[in-house]
Design a protein around this ligand. Structure first.
Ligand SMILES: Nc1nc2c(ncn2[C@@H]2O[C@H](COP(=O)(O)OP(=O)(O)OP(=O)(O)O)[C@@H](O)[C@H]2O)c(=O)[nH]1
Ligand SMILES: [Mg+2]
Length: 396
């Protein structure tokens, strides 16, 4: 039932398309397209070119304007480009119209993210969650896709599907959705029981944008071997481990990363994986400070946390990848005094904005890890005191 065609195959050559509208500047869109290219690479595609267009509103039929569509078509035909990837969510009709005009497969950012999630999902829980999100995504787009399939089948005498066929398909997809929801509810129940068995330990969760270094930090703090790599969404499943700092034990969890424009259904269906975040006592918000868009990423994460009702938890902000930040910010000939000044300005600003709940580290160089441990320990002990005022066994 799922249209298997709308996924990326290995080494597929791709072009990217982004719109510059009134709320975003050209450099911002280029940064978004950098991220889209990274997503495409993670899914296995090779980006050959990017197209941008200034438009107040996306065209309801073809997303970009007529002239731009013509330009894209001329480019992709004859260059062995197999897929056009749009940075924004498209409607079924838009996908259909653009594919017809360019004779090339079209996918959008949500498709790409769902595709990556699908290929990375290992556990039954993650797989069920992704499948649910995929069906929910497809449901309102069925009509457009039918037209598309009809054209592919396109032999003489093939007629388009009647309303009844679309209705039948909708019913099949709806049935599938309710089945998956039921299955998830059962998995959730088991997970909930497991979490309840964890006793009175304070729970700390690593959260943050994707690829900022959460799993790397998890490995450093808990001496675990969580999979970490320079790809987006390396982590889909939550890993939890017991950590003891100076005789104070607590539970530390590594969680799935966030990204801008995360498909709504994905957040919805990943709610159970994200329970770990919602039920945490303390959040460690990891930020990749070497990324040019780190402040926007910080905002995206905070917004997602708000959606999960987890924004008001005690939070320690961890600015990671200081090594890379310095490499990118400092010219070689800059004198030590100026470097120090730049860093102090940075520290001061974020100390102020986070009321001191901040630490700057490099997980790769293992820089400032002692400070990180101390700050976490302080927060954990505070939480034990609040939670169990008459128990001291956790504190000393
Ligand atoms: N230069 C530098 N690279 C780092 C640092 N910390 C992590 N990395 C690299 O950043 C990449 C992503 O690290 P992960 O730990 O997988 O990041 P994550 O936040 O768990 O990512 P997802 O699970 O994909 O959301 C890896 O290639 C790490 O080696 C750091 O302090 N400096
Ligand atoms: Mg990870």
């Amino acid at each position: 039932m799922l249209d298997k065609k709308r996924i990326i195959n290995k080494e597929e050559r791709a072009v990217l398309v982004g719109l510059v509208h009134k709320d975003q500047t050209e450099p911002q869109v280029q940064e978004y397209l950098d991220e889209l290219a990274f997503l495409a690479e993670t899914a296995g595609a090779v980006t050959v070119k990017r197209f941008t267009q200034k438009l107040q509103h996306p065209d309801s039929r073809t997303f970009v304007g007529k002239g731009k569509l013509e330009e894209i078509k001329n480019y992709v035909q004859g260059r062995n480009i197999r897929v056009i990837i749009f940075d924004d969510e498209l409607s079924g009709a838009q996908i259909n119209n653009i594919e017809k005009a360019t004779e090339t497969k079209v996918i959008d950012r949500s498709d790409l993210i769902l595709d990556i999630f699908a290929s990375r999902a290992k556990t039954a829980q993650a797989r069920t969650q992704v499948e649910l999100a995929q069906y929910q995504y497809i449901l309102p787009r069925l009509r457009g896709m039918w037209k598309h399939l009809e054209r592919l089948g396109g032999g003489i005498g093939t007629r388009g599907p009647g309303e009844t066929e679309i209705e039948t398909d909708r019913r099949i997809v709806r049935d599938k959705i309710s089945l998956l929801k039921k299955r998830l509810a059962e998995i959730d129940k088991q997970a909930f029981t497991q979490r309840k068995d964890r006793g009175e330990f304070i729970r700390v969760a690593l959260v943050g944008y994707t690829n900022v270094g959460k799993s790397t930090i998890m490995n450093l703090l808990s001496k675990r071997e969580v999979f970490a790599e320079n790809k987006l969404f390396a982590t889909l499943d939550t890993t939890t481990g017991k950590v003891v700092f100076e005789q104070t034990p607590f539970l530390l969890s590594d969680t799935v990363g966030f990204i801008r424009k995360l498909p709504h259904h994905l957040v919805e269906s990943f709610k159970s994986t994200l329970d770990e975040v919602r039920e945490a006592d303390i959040l460690l918000h990891v930020v990749d400070i070497s990324h040019p868009g780190y402040e926007e990423q910080l905002g995206v994460v905070n917004k997602t946390l708000q959606e999960l009702n987890a924004f008001d938890k005690p939070t320690l902000t961890i600015f990671n990848k200081m090594d890379l930040y310095e490499k990118r910010t400092f010219d070689e000939w800059l004198d030590a005094g100026t470097k120090k000044e730049i860093l102090e300005d940075l520290y001061e600003r974020w100390e102020r904005e986070t009321h001191g709940d901040v630490v700057f580290i490099s997980a790769i160089d293992k820089r400032n890890l002692d400070k990180l441990r101390k700050k976490i320990l302080k927060k954990v002990r505070e939480m034990y005191r609040i939670r169990y005022p008459y128990k001291t066994e956790f504190l000393y």
